[in-house]
Structure formats: structure tokens, C-alpha cells
Design a binder for this molecule. Sequence first.
Ligand code: DGJ
Length: 737
Amino acid sequence: MNCRSITLLFAAIVSIITVTDLAARNVKIDTGNSSIILDAEKGKKLRHLYYGSKISQADAANIPQALGKGNVAYPDYGMITLSETAIAMTQPDGNMTLDLVVDNVSTRKDNGSDITSFILKDTYYPIVVNVNYRTWPEENVMETWVEITNNGKKNVTLTKFASGHLPIRGGDVWLTHFYGNAKNEARMESSPLEHGLKVIKNRSGVRNSRYTHSEVLLSMDGKPAEDVGRVIGAALEYNGNYLVKIDTDQSNNHYFFSGINEENSQYKLAPGETFATPPLALAWSSNGTGEISRSFHKWARKYKLANGDRERKILLNSWEGVYFKVNEKEMANMMKSISDMGGELFVMDDGWFGVKHPRNNGSAGLGDWTVDTRKLPNGIDGLIKEAKKNGISFGIWIEPEMTNTKSELYEKHPEYVIKAPNREPITGRGKTQLVLDLANPKVQDIVYNVVDTLLTKYPEIDYIKWDANMDILNHGSQYLTNDNQSHLYIEYEKGLRKVLDRIRSKYPDVTIQACSAGGGRVNYGFLPWFDEYWVSDNTDALQRIYLQWGISQFFPAIGMASHISASPNHQTHRIIPIKYRTDVAMSGRLGMEIQPDNMTAREKEQTKKAIAEYKTIRPIVQFGDLYRLLSPYDDKGVASLMYVNDNKDKAVFYWWKLRTFANDLLPLVPMDGLDPEKIYTIRELNRIDRKPLPFEGKSFSGRFLMENGLEIPYNHDLPKEEQTDWSSRVLYLETTP
Ligand code: DGJ
């Protein structure tokens, strides 16, 4: 047990732990809006009695009478083998059963949160399992995780080790989860839970939100809605492979589990060793999914995301502008352009490095982080000077966990890559890419040094785009012993965290973006070291509305990099006017991903205006509360959302038309999150129309806006030759003093 903890006698449990007179053993743990109640009778199984909206002590005392005796809170495998379990292990003598019972309960405080630990012990074997709950009362988030300790004299083999488990009563329970692929990430899918096992898992080892997400919503009152119904939001905080399971049994009850994917990852726990699972974050809402998002966003900004209290800069990233064709003139041009448009940062993407094996495409150079002076004769120093001249900051792209077979690193150290023993390595991008073996401490040093060397040599580097474009395709570590090969995924993740810890303790202020072939690394596990996430290499504005809708369910706008790109779009070839592209991009962390030289004067002028307007609303978007008003998934032809600041005196409303309407009513979108008593004046941002909107400069009560909304016209008021069927609006609302 952690030395900071205070072990308490059952009779003397204090603080957030409430011992009811019922049986002097029920423990109630609260956030501001939720309670979880566990029955912790010494010598018996820990039982989960309740998770739901916050309840009084009096109601809590009668919970078993009202709702029954509950289920095992952290089910162990072996003694009753019929249902899904959270933990299983094999003892040195081959025994595959566990029988964990409550031994003690403790509480402690840590960094603004309260931690309650239930200490479970096996009735025969020297195994101790701490089931922990941490609460942030103000943000309404709770985390659960376990620590498994082997107090025996020989290894035990862990075969199951979920972070958390929740039994959920049957009814009309719906699951919302996220699936996708490169350029089509974070698609939302909601459906009622059906009998049998629903499994969401990741096996990439590196990019764990590319195909599926570990975050899920469980809606207890039927089809999920933004503002009604009881909902649980669950997000595993892990950078590696995960497994989310919901077992719906023959009696219609649901059993939810989330944790590391144990498949091919059995873990040998040495004598005296403790295995800590990653935390599972939980939020409760009695008012629909919107409240879950707002709780997660607040908590992320305050406790999880790196520098979550700092405004993000408006940047231009070079990728879609020049791809691998980086050169000094082009970089200088781009810096001048973004500076002229009011941007604050330029990021040089892939293609700047490699001497013996120049990085001219995806097949060479990774691992050799030396500037290619054929492309950049004055090196990074020259670029930094140029950035300073333009009054902007400078950032750079790296992919430090990877190498190519065509690299000096690989030529010297083929033993540093992940590959199965007795087999040729399986390559990825460019048919030459390989993943470095972060289980190996020497490799951890190499990866750390890539960043440390860059930042020591060029302390002006303000931003890093940290990419990771490959999965672990072949299972094998050249560092781990033969009998520990099953530790590969777990040790890779641990190695990565060690590197990130070292980087962050030395460079807390550098902005770091988690990118992984698009949105492959949007998970709470990455947040403590990263300031933001690239959510997709699909920059098509229409597609982004869907994509960002999905991301916004759990992740705050401050970290959601959202860039204006070219038209026709490079991924979808869709032609979208600059107005619509800017209106979508400025609903997240605004940036650009374009060759400014190819923009028309008009496009540049509109972008400049959008950047200036974004600066005025940046605090609302980046620190405000999100209210999703009309989902693109509802197929109503319009999507809309808004951000409202803490005082509810400023808000930004976004509205995007998704399809063509003719002789048809557009949906009227009531607003949300405003103060009904306050009076708000409306001003359109990014205006392109010749005439102002009828409600421009008019004032309305929050109540009126939330009950009715505003009629938004089909199209923009433009000369005929400029008309398109694209239409979008950004409205700024401010209270009248
Ligand atoms: C994949 C990323 O998602 C892109 O944005 C870009 O940085 C490329 N890698 C560079 O190779």
C-alpha cells in the first residue's frame, strides 16, 4: 500500500467514507453529482451496491433494501467460473483460482482529489489487490484502478487485470462508441446493448485511437440525448492496447469492464512486485451526454491535459502545403504568410532531416534527426531567425519512436527495433518503417535524446508535432528475455511514459501535439504529456464536423487541432468556400494546413479576418463549456454547437448547413447554456454577406434564445456569381452591461 495512505479501522472510517448504521460497512464515495456505494464487509467479497446520481446518507443507508445486494465489485476468476471477470492469475503451483475478500479500507488526499482504497486479500495465497477510487468533487469525475501485489516467493502470472468494472442493471441501455480509420476517425455509433459480449479492443501497441476508442457512453434511458437521460461516460487513461467489454447476460444485466488488453500480454508478477493498472475515468450525468462531455472537458483542462490553462497559438503547419518538399525558401514564405494573416506560430512538418538517407518520402531517414542542409542550408537556426523576423514562434515535426531500414540508426543498431526472434522484421510506411523497442532502456535514452538534443540546441523551439505512423505489427522484443515476450506491449507503453516524463520534467512549457497518422493518439493516457491532439489527416471541413463531434464527446476544444486547408480538399477533393472552412476550423484550436501561396487574395483576406475574430473568442472556445445543439448524425441537414464562458456573459454559436435545402424549412436551433435572465446582443463573426443578418446587433434574453433560437437564412447574401449552396454562421453573443 502507498506510504502516504492512512489505514483506518472499519469503525473509524471518516471523511468521504460513510459508515452507515446498516451494517457498519457500506462506503459511499461522492463527486459533486454522483455517488458510488460499496459494501465492504471484512472477510467478504467487496460488493457494488450503487452508482448513480448523488444520494443522501439516509437513502444510502437503505440502498440494499431498495435496490438489492448488488454484485461483486471487482470479480475474480475461479471460484464461480460462469461470468466474465476482472482479474485472473495462475499461482506458481498452477492453481488458477482467486478468492479475494475485503481486508481493510483507507483514504488519503492527493492533489485536490480524495482517494479511497479497498484492500482485498486472497483467502489462501499471498496476493493483495487494492481497488482504488479517486474523486474530483468539483469536476464530477471519478477514477478507478487497481494495484495487484505478489507477496509470495515465486512469480505469479496475471492473465486478466481490468482497471475497473461496473455492473449495470438491464433496461433500455445504449452504448455509444467510436470507430474509424485513418482520415475517417472517431465516427460515433450508438445502439442498444444486446445479449452476449460486446468487445471494443485495440491491438496496435502504438496508436490506440485510430480504429476504435476506449471511451464509451452508456445511456441508461434509451437512445442517448444531449440533455436528458442518465448516462455514464467511461474513458480508459492508457497509451497502449485496451479492452472494453460489456457482457449482457441471460437476465438482461450488463457487466462493463475496461482495462489493458491482456491478449498476448500475460504478465509475470515477480515476488514483491506491484502491478498498477491504468486508471479508468468515470463521469455520471442525469441530464444527458452533454453534461458528461462538460465534466470531462473541465477535468481534462484542470488536471490532465498538459498546460490546460494556457491559450493555444494559431499556427500554420507545413504538411499539406509542401508535404516532403521542405526547403528554406518555402519555409520562409510560409512564415511570412502566416505572420501576415495574424498567426502566431509556424510548424515545419516532415521532410527536414536525414543526411545519408534524406527524408524525401516516407521510406527513409527516421532515426537520423540531423538537418538536411541541402534543403535547409542555414539549418534550424536559420528558420528560427526567420520566425523571429516575422514575430512568430517556431515548431518542428518529429517521429522519435520510429526508424526506417534506410537510416544510419538502423544500420548501426538493428537490435533496437521491434521484431520477432528468428524472423525478419515486418515493415510499415514506405515499406521500410519500423518501431523502436521502447522496452529497451537504451532505446528510451535514444528517443529522449532526440527531443532533448533538439530543445537544448534550439531552445527557441516552441512546439513539437510528435507523430507515430506505425503499429507494432510483429510481436517480439530483442531486449526482453524469451520468457518475458508477453510483456512487450506493456513494457513499450511504460517505456514511452518514462521518456515522456523525462521530457516533461525538463521542458514543461513546450507545446507538444500528439499526432499519429492523423488521430491515432487521442486518449486520456496521452494527455498529461501533450497539449493537443491532431484528430485526423482528413481536413475536409464537412467531414471534420462529424469527426470533431465525436472527439468533443470526451476531449476539450482547447486540444482539438482544427486546420483550414485547401480547396479542393486534398483528401476528399471537395470544393468548399473559405468561409465554411474557417467557420469549422475556428470551432476548435484554430490553425492552417495549406500552401498560402496558392490562396487567392480574397481567401487570405477572409482568413486574416477569421484569425483576428478568433483571437477575440479564443478564451470562450478554449476554456468555455460546450453545448452541442444539433448533431450532424441526426441528419437534419444542419449541425450546430456553442461555447459559453464561465460567467455566462459571453458565448459563441456555430451553425453549419450540411446539405441543400429548397422550399423546405431549415431546423430552428434553440441555444443552450445561457443565463435565462441575461440579455445577449448578437454579432456575426466572419461575415461575408452584403447585408447584415436581421438580428445583427439585436438583443434577446437567454431564455428566449434557449426556447426559440434564431432563424438563419438558407444562403449567404452574395452576388449571384459568388453564390454556392454552402452556408455557415458564427455568432458572438455578449451580455449588455
Ligand atoms: C502523418 C501525420 O498525420 C501528418 O499530419 C503528417 O505529419 C505526416 N505524418 C508526415 O509524415
